[in-house]
Design a protein around this ligand. Structure first.
Ligand code: SAM
Length: 274
């Protein structure tokens, strides 16, 4: 099996990725633990009664860490290859409170309610982010961890259309010339599901099912995704009934450059119901 993102320590001490930080030791994971300790300060015994879902769980790294803390954890991912890796790790580590299902995350409601929802690296792969935030909210008792890209509000590059996609974008990717924020070759600002954002092309409309299956990190049932503007994202989070929405900053740790959030137009949000 070839791992692509999550470095997990197996029972014999081997790691799923060479020369990479273990996910359980990353600033990304430690920042989640910080907030867990704040909102769920209980002992492992109390955590056993709490349900967690990891949406678009990839190779199961985050789900494993939640299960190790005692939470009753479910990981959902659309791709067979990802789920096979998740189940391999689950059985290797013998975590009985950890389960995985192969499904589109849009079917989340079929799995009941959760105390904690982890939505990392997924929202910006959906073409219906607002509908999905509503689904998430209906399934969340208390806490949402959301790590996502958002669309920049003003960006002249995205008015250039094909010129940016085929010329300026690739040029900036190579040279970093005037690239203060990463050029994702998004579309112009538009409104979708009542909120502002920009479209991102995931793959060709006619891409084969086999090809999509092999794009282990990409969207699943949509060839383009809608990136909300940051303001619209936070408005929507409130609108779907998270009473408080916070932004958490220590997730980048020293893993990334100082301006990570700004450059990548990405952040970690915490939605709380109370
Ligand atoms: C960029 S990866 C992020 C993985 C992981 N959450 C993380 O942050 O490291 C996106 C993941 O979401 C999954 N995914 C994308 N669209 C999905 C959908 N509609 N339903 C279920 N999984 C999906 C992909 O297969 C992939 O594992």
């Amino acid at each position: 099996m070839k791992w692509t993102g999550h470095n997990i320590q197996l029972s014999n001490g081997d790691k799923t990725l060479e020369n990479a930080l273990l996910l359980g030791e990353s600033a990304m994971w430690k920042s989640i633990v910080n907030s867990l300790d704040l909102f769920f300060p209980g002992k492992k015994e109390e955590r056993k009664k709490l349900r967690v879902v990891d949406l678009g769980c990839l190779e199961g790294g985050y789900a494993v860490e939640f299960a190790k803390l005692g939470f009753d954890t479910l990981g959902i991912d659309a791709r067979e290859e990802n789920i096979q890796k998740c189940n391999y790790v689950k059985s290797d580590l013998g975590l009985t409170n950890l389960n995985f299902v192969k499904d589109d995350v849009r079917n989340l409601a079929s799995y009941g309610k959760f105390d904690i929802v982890l939505c990392y690296g997924l929202l910006y792969h959906l073409n219906d982010p607002i509908a999905f935030l509503k689904t998430i909210s209906n399934c969340t008792n208390k806490l949402l961890f959301l790590n996502t890209h958002y669309a920049t509000e003003r960006d002249v590059r995205y008015r250039l259309g094909p010129l940016n996609k085929h010329l300026f974008g690739p040029f900036q990717a190579k040279t970093k010339f005037l690239e203060f924020t990463k050029n994702y070759c998004l579309g112009p600002i538009t409104s979708h599901e009542g909120y502002r954002g920009r479209w991102f092309k995931e793959y060709k409309k006619n891409a084969s099912a086999g090809k999509i299956e092999k794009m282990l990190w990409a969207s699943y049932n949509n060839d383009k995704s809608f990136w909300l503007c940051k303001k619209d994202l936070t408005l929507a989070l409130h609108e779907v009934k998270f009473n408080s929405v916070f932004e958490q900053f220590n997730y980048t740790g020293d893993m990334y450059t100082h301006d990570f959030s700004y450059y990548y137009s990405r952040s970690m949000f915490v939605g709380v119901k109370h």
